[in-house]
Unconditional design. Structure first.
Length: 239
């Protein structure tokens, strides 16, 4: 790691520091274009840059668990999640396990047990679903992941977070997708939004970072706005 990257990393750890890890918290981490699109050519990756990726790594290092929807796993090409040695060392210094867990939310369980997210994971993943999901798929995924039922006909966000907290996974970093964001928003469970504002105009009919939530004002407080080249790292909190 270059000296400049090390300084930037240290600055990000300070900027996104958590006051009290014992208090459960849900952070959303997204990137969006200037004109509000969460994707470019169907993926969010094309909107980010090196600073956005470093921020994501720092946020993952701070998290107990990374929460993501199954559609985002497929669209964004998720593999086995692992922080690098420098971040693993930071986690050890904070009394945390070397690696955060990853939890995938899926209603239909259209997940291949051979998917890299399972095959390459260094910590056994979690799959969150509901009681009406196909039993045979639950059984297949139970071979490669912890499968938890949180809800009857759909995933209940509050029950899901309670299950994670019961496992000591109180600091949740949610990386999408927009429908998962919307369900957490409607349930009043979003504590922070960490948004990388990409210096890009996209046009088209790209999705917003949240979808499906009821329309109403949910005020948040600006914690910081950090320029990173032409990109801006925004952190909002509701408290």
């Amino acid at each position: 790691m270059s000296d400049r990257a090390a300084v930037e990393r240290a600055t990000l750890f300070e900027a996104y520091a958590l006051r009290d890890r014992s208090v459960p918290r849900v952070r959303m981490n997204f990137v969006a274009s200037i004109d509000g699109s969460a994707t470019l050519d169907g993926r969010s990756g094309g909107l980010g840059d090196a600073s956005d990726r470093l921020t994501m790594q720092v946020l993952r290092a701070m998290a107990d668990v990374v929460l993501v929807g199954a559609g985002t796993v497929r669209a964004e090409g998720y593999g086995g999640l692992a922080v690098d040695e420098a971040d693993a060392a930071w986690r050890r210094s904070e009394g945390l396990g070397e690696q955060p867990k990853i939890a995938v939310v899926s209603s239909r369980l259209d997940l291949d047990p051979r998917h890299p997210l399972f095959a390459e994971s260094v910590v056994r993943p979690i799959v969150v679903t509901h009681a009406a999901a196909p039993q045979e798929k639950r059984n297949a995924l139970a071979e490669v992941a912890e499968v938890h039922v949180c809800g009857q006909e759909e995933v209940d966000p509050a029950r899901m977070l309670a299950m994670l907290a019961d496992q000591g996974l109180a600091q949740v970093l949610c990386e999408g997708g927009p429908h998962l964001f919307g369900s957490l928003l409607d349930a009043g469970l979003v504590d922070e939004v960490c948004l990388s504002l990409s210096p890009t105009l996209v046009g088209g009919a790209g999705r917003r970072i949240s979808q499906g939530a009821q329309e109403r004002a949910r005020p948040m407080r600006l914690v910081h706005a950090m320029p990173a080249g032409d990109l801006v790292l925004l952190r909002y909190a509701r408290d």
